[in-house]
Design a binder for this molecule. Structure first.
Ligand code: GCB
Length: 575
């Protein structure tokens, strides 16, 4: 009933910024670790002119996890899923001359059918636990930050509007081909539109009419990752649609012309081999948690360029649209990952599968026109050795491919290659391996043997290109030991360098990328293996470099410049 009146009339309220996670904003441990429904509200006015001939839409870019929205005490819409936008028409619920109130209830509980999945465990032994005690079990290694994480927009359209623009690009010789489909708001509506493709200076290069077709752009400027074509990377055109309805309405969609393909041992961008110099990441920062943070996005892109990174994975959920815009504009390749992290055997039933497919649909709907997105990742480290995994991942991967056949599809695997049942479905293999850390801790000398054997075996089984999507070691910034011991900055460098020895050999064969885990330290749930979070960052959570950052920078820069000395690794190079 809390949506019936303003929340401040029902009890104490806390000022809470949007966007942000609510967890770290106050000094209250209960709020930090809260599991269940939280309530937001605010009052606002709308332009009274909107009443006449506009449709008003409300768009919420991300609310974690389940959300219910009311306007002026009336139900507007709800949504399940913590990382993708949802929206609805709200014209009929608004007051145009008096104040409005929006109320949003958000519930962060993770269950066996959410993505990521989780479970609630009640403890009923009254000698050991207080009444009603329960814990949220997580199947992932990051803090379950919650709240309204990204922008909330009110925007208007005319009565007939454009619901979607779908662009697919290819090339023939020096000509770019853009196959387009303009989707009207109501199926069956006839819409008349004028199409223009503008170059980056805003000059019209081609015109067309009609809601679908293929446009040819002679001497096209291609979109490239910034390290592949240093003179003109990340070229973006604008697809401009002028809707010729009762009132003229204009839509602009930035896009890049580029192709992605895989052979059995290469990843090709614009038909040239691409080697991914990458990082795994998180949307994670002090105070804001996973809340959108524009200065941090700018800083992180500058740091990635400083490191020589040309590719990142949106581990383990889709990142904000603002961040993805930067990848498009600055020329970073992205493995766009769904929130399907930590899927176990009991998360592979039909309800989980239906929700996973819906999440893939939402993610592809949002990111399909982005040139930066080169691969879809449907999951991270599922229990792909389970018998159920065969049907489940066959279905998710095929569904994803049906929605978009222009990009390779993968999931990120940590299972042993001898018993995995799902890798056969993917176009490109992404593998996580922690030799010298979770096994044989302290023994970097075993890494070259174990990693090379493992990757060769996987390649011989599947004949697909491989990206080593995670490898790394925790290092507490400022902890130094020589000879190195685990958790010291030196051990992190030694472990990475031992992996690099193998990469140096395999990148001339089927290895098409290396992605250190992680770009920066990040928050996790409390547990005995985590010292106030995961410390595998090569940067601290405050974005200061550890020793390993200089190793990665010198390696990635040398590979980018073609000057890598493959015989010199680790602390013997000048950091
Ligand atoms: C993994 C997971 C990642 C963890 C990492 C670790 O394999 O994919 O989410 O954070 O290992 O540090 O254990």
């Amino acid at each position: 009933m809390w949506y019936k009146t303003s929340l401040s009339k029902t009890g104490t309220v806390i000022p809470m910024p949007v966007p942000s996670s609510y967890n770290d904003i106050t000094q209250d441990k209960e709020l930090r670790d809260f599991v269940g429904w939280v309530w937001y509200d605010r009052e606002f006015y709308v332009d009274s002119n909107w009443k006449n001939d506009k449709i008003v839409h409300l768009r919420i870019e991300s609310a974690h996890y389940n959300a219910i929205v009311w306007i002026n005490s009336h139900f507007a819409f709800n949504h399940s899923g913590g990382h993708l936008p949802f929206e609805g028409e709200v014209s009929h619920l608004l007051n145009y001359f008096t104040i409005n109130r929006i109320t949003i209830a958000v519930n962060n509980t993770l269950t066996p059918t959410t993505l990521p999945p989780g479970s609630i465990k009640y403890e009923r032994n009254s000698k050991r636990y207080p009444r009603g005690y329960f814990v949220q079990n997580l199947q992932m290694d990051f803090f379950n930050y919650a709240g309204i994480h990204r922008h909330v927009w009110l925007y208007t359209t005319p009565q007939i509007y454009i619901h979607d623009i779908i662009l697919k690009t290819s090339t023939t010789g020096s000509t770019g081909l853009v196959t387009y489909l303009v989707v009207p708001s109501e199926a069956g509506n006839t819409i008349y539109c004028d199409i223009q493709v503008l170059d980056k200076d805003g000059k019209t290069v081609v015109r067309a009419t009609g809601i679908s077709g293929t446009i040819m752009i002679p001497n096209a400027n291609l979109w490239w990752p910034y390290t592949m074509n240093k003179t003109s990377p990340a070229y973006l055109y604008t697809f401009r649609v002028v809707l010729l309805a009762d009132k003229i309405d204009v839509y602009r969609q930035p896009f890049g012309i580029r192709t992605v393909a895989v052979t059995d041992d290469q990843l090709l961008i614009n038909k040239k081999p691409f080697y991914c110099l990458g990082v795994g990441r998180h949307e994670d920062a002090d105070v804001r948690g996973k809340g959108l943070d524009l200065p941090l996005i700018a800083k992180d892109f500058n740091l990635m360029k400083w490191l020589g990174v040309n590719c990142f994975r949106t581990s383990h959920y889709p990142y904000s649209e603002d961040l993805m815009d930067q990848a498009d504009q600055q020329g970073f390749a992205v493995i766009d990952e769904s929130p399907g992290v930590g899927i176990e055997g009991n998360n592979m039933g039909s309800a989980s599968l239906a929700h996973h497919q819906e999440v893939m649909r939402e993610m592809i709907h949002r990111d399909k026109n982005r040139p930066s997105v080169i691969i879809w990742s449907v999951a991270n480290e599922p229990q792909s050795y389970r018998p159920e995994a065969e049907h489940y991942f066959g279905a998710v991967v095929n569904f994803t491919r049906q929605l978009d056949a222009t990009r390779p599809v993968t999931f990120v695997m940590n299972a042993d290659f001898t018993n995995d049942r799902a890798a056969k479905f993917v176009d490109i293999l992404c593998i996580n391996r922690y030799y010298g850390w979770y096994s044989d801790n302290g023994h970097t000398e075993v890494i070259p043997l174990q990693l090379a054997y493992d990757l060769d075996s996987i390649y011989n089984l599947h004949h697909r290109p491989i990206i080593l999507a995670e490898y790394g070691a925790d290092a507490i910034a400022g902890l130094h030991r020589d000879p190195s011991v685990s958790f010291s900055e030196e051990y992190q460098v030694d472990l990475l360098a031992a992996n690099h020895k193998v990469f140096n050999k395999l990148r001339h064969k089927y290895l098409v990328g290396e992605m250190v885990w992680n770009f920066a330290d990040f928050q996790t749930a409390q547990n005995v293996k985590r010292v106030a979070g995961n410390k595998k960052g090569i940067l601290t959570r405050q974005r200061q470099p550890k020793l390993a950052a200089f190793l990665i920078r010198s390696r990635y820069m040398a590979i980018n410049n073609g000057t890598l000395n493959e015989d010199v690794c680790g602390r013997s190079i000048t950091l």
